[in-house]
Design a protein around this ligand. Structure first.
Ligand code: ZN
Length: 215
């Protein structure tokens, strides 16, 4: 049985009181803050940047912040997010001119690097990069568009990546994203009143679902 972590995307939060919302969802049992960065170029939407990450740290958020960069080009912004307090920084291989260099830049900046794969992006790159990564993030929907259905073949992809990780013998985290459209809006979106009890029950429901999926 794998150890599943709950990483709700802050995109579903009420941004007028983001600090409080993040406190509540962490208090309710979420493990990690998933920070979705969209640039209106790599994806057709615009979200949040390093200032917001820094503001969460200043607010007192101690949990790991997992910064998911849906931006192109990607290298320029990496040191800014490292300074702003990111724990993990993940990027899409097709958004980087030089994947190895971007991974190295994240590592040199003091963060843990990860790669993100869109549903139709093949995993080939992992053959040569897996040993340098701390996380693999699989998109269960195409990033940047709301209201999509979970793409089922992502589960097969997840199995494949898990096997590769096991074969590598390294402690690399596997995450499935798309949370905002499927489960994530269930978490942060559920707390419209910033009601910790509601977050509690949703985080618990998610853990129960994950337990059913098993390994
Ligand atoms: Zn994400």
């Amino acid at each position: 049985m794998a150890d599943y972590k709950i990483a709700p995307s802050i995109l579903s939060a009420n941004f007028a009181r983001l600090g409080e919302e993040v406190d509540n969802v962490l208090a309710a049992g979420a493990d990690i803050v998933h920070f979705d960065v969209m640039d209106n170029h790599y994806v057709p939407n615009l979200t949040i940047g390093p200032l917001v990450c820094e503001a969460l740290r200043k607010h007192g958020v101690k949990a790991e912040i997992d910064v998911h960069l849906m931006v192109k080009p990607v290298d320029r912004i990496i040191p800014d997010f490292a300074k702003a307090g990111a724990s993990y920084i993940t990027f899409h291989p097709e958004a980087s001119e030089h994947i190895d260099r971007t991974i190295g830049l994240i590592r040199e900046s003091g963060c843990k690097p990860g790669l993100v794969f869109n549903p139709a992006t093949p995993l080939d790159v992992l053959e040569y990069t897996l040993d340098k990564l701390d996380m693999v993030l699989l998109m269960s929907v195409n990033p940047g568009f709301g209201g999509q259905k979970f793409i089922p073949y992502v589960l097969d992809k997840a199995r494949k990546v898990r096997q590769m990780i096991e074969a590598s013998g390294k402690a690399i985290r596997l995450e499935i994203d798309g949370v905002r459209q499927i489960a994530g809006s269930a978490i942060l979106g559920a707390g419209k009143d910033s009601d910790t009890h509601r977050y509690d029950s949703v985080v618990k429901a998610m853990r129960d679902e994950l337990a059913k999926v098993g390994k």
